[in-house]
Design a protein around this ligand. Structure first.
Ligand code: GTP
Ligand code: MG
Length: 316
């Protein structure tokens, strides 16, 4: 498939073309920027839900419940599972599931992305993948990530509604979440409520919750394996979406996201030029030996590279 073919097929909602393009994003294929540029005007219609929480709390099982519900409403769905484990096992299991679901229903696209091989996280690729799904006409995109601590809060920057999933018996983890994930969650789900002490967990979470930009974060109990609480969860997701739409929160979130992405891109462009400089190690040595400060070194390198950086940018 050439660039134009893949763009047209993705725009028509073809799951095989979507899968191919996601692989091209992961491998940074040569024409990828051009293809993504063509898709960009067709993005901005999908609603993105993040599902995060510690390993084994039941995120995938919950997502399955959400998929069934939204599918029955006739929605087109994209589901991305960020898998930190081995690309071989993770990919194979999800690959099987993908084939199974796709053979039943073209409207659902499921894919895992492994965090391996991406220096500094997979954020850039994830953004592009979300856009591909969005442009392909998926109305709802669900992202599953493992999240336990401060470092995992980044997922909040990619989604419109973030679900934090916990389960009973997670005392220590709550401490970890306090500073980070609890602050960015829009809805807290206490899954495995069939186990005892789920009420203690509700109280522990409520004690540590703050309101999130004026939105009162609800705490919901679910049993993902039998569907208990799923309708309530779906209601809360809708309520949060309506809250964002009526308070202009969605526009703000999305503009903040764009701002963040542009700044990151600038940083990456500058960094790519500077890391390749044969004098870089020499300058690092000078900083190490206290001849110059890191601040001064940065200015020196930016000045030195300014023309190179210009030349590597497109004309505007
Ligand atoms: N008792 C009980 N078990 C559940 C419930 N939800 C999920 N499980 C089980 O918990 C295990 C883990 O569920 P997953 O949905 O794979 O959990 P996950 O959070 O996606 O796990 P990772 O992707 O590995 O982080 C499975 O054996 C599920 O059947 C629940 O509500 N109650
Ligand atoms: Mg899972």
């Amino acid at each position: 498939m050439n660039g134009i073919e893949i763009v047209n097929k993705v725009l028509s909602g073809d799951n095989r073309a979507i899968a191919k393009l996601i692989s091209n994003i992961e491998n940074q294929a040569p024409n990828i920027d051009e293809v993504l540029m063509k898709l960009y005007p067709h993005t901005g219609n999908a609603y993105v839900i993040g599902v995060t929480g510690a390993t084994g709390v039941g995120k995938s099982t919950l997502i399955n419940g959400l998929i069934n519900h939204y599918k029955s409403q006739g929605l087109r769905l994209g589901v991305i599972c960020i898998d930190p484990s081995s690309p071989i096992t993770g990919g194979a299991i999800l690959g099987d599931r993908l084939r199974l679901v796709n053979s039943i229903d073209e409207r659902v696209f499921i894919r895992s992305m492994t965090t391996r091989g991406y220096k500094g996280g997979i954020t850039k690729s994830l953004r592009d993948v979300i856009r591909v799904l969005d442009a392909s006409g998926k109305e709802l995109i669900i992202i599953e990530t493992i999240g336990v601590s401060q470092v995992d809060v980044e997922i909040a920057n990619y989604v419109d509604t973030l679900l934090l999933v916990v389960m009973p018996y997670m005392g220590d983890e709550i401490q970890l979440m306090k500073a980070g994930l609890l602050e960015v969650a829009d809805i807290v789900v206490i899954n495995k409520a069939d186990l005892t002490n789920s009420e203690d967990m509700v109280l522990a979470i409520k004690e540590n919750l703050n309101s999130n930009n004026g939105w009162e974060v609800p705490v919901i109990k679910t049993v993902a394996i039998n569907g208990f609480g799923i309708p309530e969860l779906i209601n809360k997701i809708n309520e949060h979406k309506n809250y964002l739409l009526t308070t202009n929160g969605i526009e703000k979130k999305r503009k903040d996201r764009i701002k963040e992405e542009i700044l990151e891109e600038i940083f990456n462009i500058v960094k790519q030029n500077i890391v390749g400089d044969e004098k870089f190690d020499e300058i690092v040595k000078k900083v190490f030996e206290k001849e110059i400060t890191p601040h001064f070194a940065a200015q020196l390198l930016i000045k030195k590279h300014k023309f190179l950086i210009f030349n590597n940018c497109v004309d505007v």
